[in-house]
Design a protein around this ligand. Structure first.
Ligand SMILES: Nc1nc2c(ncn2[C@@H]2O[C@H](COP(=O)(O)OP(=O)(O)OP(=O)(O)O)[C@@H](O)[C@H]2O)c(=O)[nH]1
Ligand SMILES: [Mg+2]
Length: 441
């Protein structure tokens, strides 16, 4: 039986306070795009190490971090500098987030600022009590191994310090566009997809209708789980719109053509429609999703937006322990300085750096960054985890005290002919520990 429901749409009835913070150049551009859409109910902020990009941002709240270290010149692709900048201004980051219940952090991972600073921002936001959901892009393949590697390390740290990371690998966008698509079209698509993801979640929480999701329900599902999520949005119109919208979602490259659904731990679904939205539409979508992901915890909201008359718009967020992390298996975690709060969650990765990952997880990369410094307690914990027989412990200690790491410095590849990034007479393309002559043992 079909139940007709024609409820008025109520805008943000419980006055949820949401904030979108763009960090680094890509994050700031994405936030600027969203600020010009219907997401104006949220407040916007921009954070960067680069004063010029910050000045050009339309965000009303701007925060230059690391001015003492970098004097507003940017992090030059070095996540260590991005991280140090954010740590330097940690109290100001916290003040920026104070008062918001839900904080979306937008970032393009792979460069210096966002990759290093976004995990610190996420920690600052969580310390204010907010639910923290970063939405990040991963670099295109053509951007090279170094950026990919940096982005993966940043993602691992972000997962450890936020409540759940929504991940949009740029490379997957290529499948959504013609081969001849111009760079600007690709960037615009990224911004639009990120905006759709934010909108879907925001509407699920703030529009009441057929199925309501309370903020506390969402927080209970996500908080502390450190999941990584993919997301996709689809719209359909007409009689069989539930079936059509589901097929569109199932064929999305962003969800690996539906392959991610059976592996998921939790799925959030936001169904929006006009005043003609029926329970049959909602059931039609949810049942189909449930059949594909029987083990997943399903959190669903369905609400009415008068502007969507005749349409069905669905946003789905598929959460699991980590796809990009799987791709990155074996990649060493942490920049050269580790963040305290993420150490515990990143325990297995840190352990792998010191004791060696299983052979099948060895990195394909020739350059392996040095492991982070550990506190005496962390050292004790790692050794205890690897405890057992004293000979095993001795072996562990002998690996620990290795004097020389077999690092091979690779060429700059396709960047060989490009100009060095010079700052205060230093080439920022050279890893920090080499520039500063830091000993690795
Ligand atoms: N969608 C989108 N992605 C971008 C844009 N600019 C850069 N990216 C992506 O984001 C990644 C990080 O680049 P940036 O945002 O410039 O890095 P950053 O955080 O500013 O770091 P630094 O420039 O080193 O200070 C790149 O590798 C690209 O994959 C943009 O305007 N839009
Ligand atoms: Mg930049």
């Amino acid at each position: 039986m079909q139940t007709e429901n024609k409820l008025p749409s109520v805008q943000n009835p419980r006055a949820l306070v949401g904030k979108i913070i763009g960090i680094g150049s890509a994050g700031i551009h994405a936030a600027g795009y969203m600020a010009q859409t219907d997401l104006r109910e949220l407040s916007f902020a921009a954070v960067h190490t680069d004063a010029r990009t910050l000045e050009n941002s339309i965000a009303p709240d701007k925060l230059l971090v690391g001015a003492g270290l970098m004097r507003g010149l940017g992090a030059g692709d070095d996540p260590d500098l991005g991280q140090a900048a954010a740590e330097e201004d940690f109290p100001r980051l916290k003040a920026l987030c104070t008062g918001a219940e839900l904080v979306f952090i937008l970032a393009g991972l792979g460069g210096g600022t966002a990759t290093g600073a976004a995990p610190v921002l996420a920690r600052a936001a969580r310390e204010t009590g907010a639910l923290v959901l970063p939405m990040v892009t991963m670099p295109f393949e053509f951007e090279g191994h170094r950026r990919q590697q940096q982005a993966r390390l940043g993602l691992q740290q972000l997962k450890a310090s936020a409540d759940g990371v929504l991940c949009l690998p740029n490379q997957k966008l290529v499948k959504l566009l013609d081969e001849g698509a111009r760079a600007l079209e690709v960037l615009k698509l990224t911004h639009e997809l990120l905006a759709q993801g934010v909108r879907g979640l925001w509407q699920m929480l703030t529009r009441y209708g057929l199925l309501n999701v309370e903020f506390a329900d969402l927080a209970a599902v996500l908080r502390g789980r450190r999941w990584e999520s993919s997301f996709a949005c689809a719209q359909a119109i007409g009689e069989d719109r539930a079936q059509v919208v589901f097929e569109k979602l199932l064929s999305s490259p962003l969800l690996d053509e539906g392959k991610q659904l059976p592996e998921s731990e939790a799925i959030l679904v936001s169904v929006m429609g006009g005043a003609d939205l029926t329970m049959a539409d909602v059931n039609g979508v949810l049942q189909r999703i449930h059949q594909q992901a029987e083990k997943a915890q399903l959190v669903a909201g369905a609400a009415i937006d008068d502007e969507l008359h005749g349409q069905l718009a669905v946003t789905i967020v598929v959460s699991r322990h980590g796809q990009c992390a799987h791709e990155a298996s074996g990649a060493a975690a942490g920049f050269s300085r580790g963040s305290d709060s993420s150490d515990e969650a990143a325990g297995p990765e840190i352990e792998n750096q010191f004791f060696g990952a299983p052979a099948r997880q060895r990195p394909a990369f020739r350059f392996v960054p040095p492991p982070p410094e550990l506190t005496p307690e962390q050292t004790k914990r790692l050794l205890a985890q690897r405890g057992g027989s004293s000979s095993r412990r001795r072996k562990a200690v002998s690996i620990w005290s290795q004097g020389q790491l077999p690092l091979e410095i690779i060429s700059k590849g396709r960047f060989d002919k490009s100009e060095p990034t010079l700052h205060d007479g230093e080439d920022l393309d050279v890893p920090t520990y080499i520039r500063r002559g830091v000993s690795l043992n």
